[in-house]
Design a protein around this ligand. Structure first.
Ligand code: SAH
Length: 251
């Protein structure tokens, strides 16, 4: 197993693979204005094992294509979809988010929670825009500075991990520059990180390390998550995920 496989193995069976929550997905759905529409076609990009896809399918009259690069996450998603009786609404698709197989102007909404950082916010919103119908909705959560200045330790950590991390004002300006009209924004509360995301991961550390015979690469994966948790506990006033809702403007 290489480092990526180890990461996938640690995250595969937890309820979600990034900060977020069902209530927050529902809030974003409300802000999106999609609730009273029918026959929606939605793609959930970087869906992991399907937390948002399942909420979208349960809440909206929508067909959801759940896209991820990792087959192991999609297998978990397929099992959850089956167990929830949502096979008629959710289809999984193995694809890279910078080479999506959708037709131009074919989607009513593109959803992506905690995943756009893999290609960067700017590249993501540019590359995905053509797949949206005019007036289609973009709903993306991404790491966001909550204040103009922050402690050096936090700044250095996230600037190293994700150099594009920025303020909401900068992100919203970028959405406007790239042909979207921003229609909503909120930040994820701390429990979306600590309780919904990190706590289930922490409960897996022991079994994960044991299954990997405590080898250094597995210990490094756990140590990296522990560092993130420690930063989150100390600095949640300065950084969170921002949830951005925007409508595609006509060309
Ligand atoms: N949206 C899910 C998962 C977030 S974790 C949730 O909120 O729980 C980020 C996801 O992006 C992972 O599932 C990872 O496999 C996927 N990913 C990483 N790089 C990708 C790429 N280039 N294309 C598609 N998916 C990718």
């Amino acid at each position: 197993m290489d480092d990526l496989d180890l990461l996938v193995e640690l995250h595969r069976t937890t309820a979600r693979q990034g900060p977020g929550g069902e209530a927050e997905t529902c809030l974003a759905i409300t802000l999106s204005g999609l609730s009273d529409r029918q026959d929606l076609k939605i793609a959930d990009i970087g869906c992991g094992n399907g937390a948002a896809s399942i909420t979208l399918a349960k809440t909206l009259a929508a067909e959801v294509t759940a896209v991820d690069l990792m087959p192991a996450f999609l297998q978990e998603l397929d099992a959850r979809v089956m167990a929830e009786g949502l096979s008629g609404q959710i289809t999984s698709l193995e694809a890279a988010m910078d080479a999506l197989p959708f037709q131009p102007s074919s989607l009513d909404a593109i959803w992506s929670e905690g995943a756009i950082y893999n290609i960067g916010f700017g590249a993501g919103i540019r590359r995905w825009r053509p797949y949206l119908k005019p007036g289609g909705i973009l709903a993306v959560s991404d790491l966001t500075w909550l204040t103009k200045a922050r402690p050096a330790e936090l700044q250095e950590h996230w600037a190293g991990e994700y150099p594009e991390v920025d303020t909401a004002a900068a992100r919203i300006a970028l959405l406007e520059a790239e042909g979207y009209a921003p229609i909503g924004y909120f930040t994820l509360p701390e429990h979306c990180w600590l309780e919904n995301y990190y706590a289930p991961l922490q409960r897996r550390f022991g079994a994960f390390l044991e299954a990997q015979a405590n080898r250094p690469a597995a210990q490094a994966v756990v140590a990296a998550v522990q560092l993130e948790i420690s930063l989150c506990r100390r600095y949640s006033a300065y950084v969170s995920y921002g949830f951005y809702l925007a409508r595609k403007l006509s060309d």
